[in-house]
Design a protein around this ligand. Sequence first.
Ligand code: SOE
Length: 384
Amino acid sequence: MPDKPALGVGLVGYAFMGAAHSHAWRTAPRVFDLPLRPAMVALCGRSAAAVEEAAARYGWTGAETDWRELIKRDDIQLVDICTPGDLHAEIAIAALEAGKHVLCEKPLANTLTEASAMAEVAARAAAHGVRAMTGFNYRRVPAIAFARKLVTDGRVGQIRHVRATYLQDWLVDPSFPLTWRLRRERAGSGALGDLGAHIVDLVHYLTGDRITGVSAAMATFTDERPLPDGPGAGPVTVDDAALFLARLGNGALASFEATRFATGRKNQLRIELNGDRGSLVFDLERPNELWFFSRDDDPATAGFRRILVTEPDHPYLSAWWPPGHVLGWDATFVHEVRDLVCAIADGTDPAPSFQDGLGVQCVLSSVEKSAAQDGSWVAVPERS
Ligand code: SOE
């Protein structure tokens, strides 16, 4: 590896997502033969003691306490943003304008205005070879990438229905504290942006189509929670659940459900596509499996077949273990890093781009609009 050019990486944020991305930067060059050598230069966070401790534990060479200093460093060529959403736009725009490649966690931003500005700056940066990617990691589940291949190979045919749910239950307990994810000024929205964004992106990705209209309902079931650091309580200013119906450009109908109140569902993302030649089903609780029904099969023996997506011919798998030696959630981030590094080296735009992130944001904002109008249908603006 020493002969490969280095790609200095700086990562902002060291909580849950910062840890997942750190693991990916450490692991990707060990699993894949990457064209560039990622160097984990510095981890950035506001508290010096905490960020230094995290940097040492996650394998970063150094630490910074101000993201502006991180962006100024000559030994950093890529900035990875794992902060709450309220900082995405400011950091991403500054980094891209400083000529740094950017990987930004989803949802791309807290508002449509911010997302549009980010996509615009990313388009300008791309003209100078500077790349930007939105961190929709579930595109990189091998079974999902393989499902996309079956769709593009025509094995599903014309898609008529999409059913997408993303269910968690960590807010069922009313004593769960008012963390940043429950405050609109920090997170933008609740289950909608955190979970709904993933399934919207997956539907765009898997169908190759666009959501053109939505009819939505949203709810906040617990509107006040204990403050995380001190006595008293404060208002929850985001949704606990968001449900919506959608129309796709090619006429397909879709339903979406994103909630943090699905008791017993820890992190269940499920998606089903029904086409006129076949159907596909994926469930994140069984991440190595894809279910496929083909109308090309003999009707006497046809049925949903379980494909164990661990063969060397399946996406990403040839670099990992022998068939049947399954992968987990963390591998999606490893694949994300791999694809980003390859795109940078090839001089191509990585997907999902900031433009794709903006496309998701257009849907999220239309969902909020529809819910505020009692579920009336709202047309989703074309990303611009
Ligand atoms: C928390 O709800 C969360 O970690 C999301 O922020 C992630 O994007 C999702 O992958 C898992 O759940």
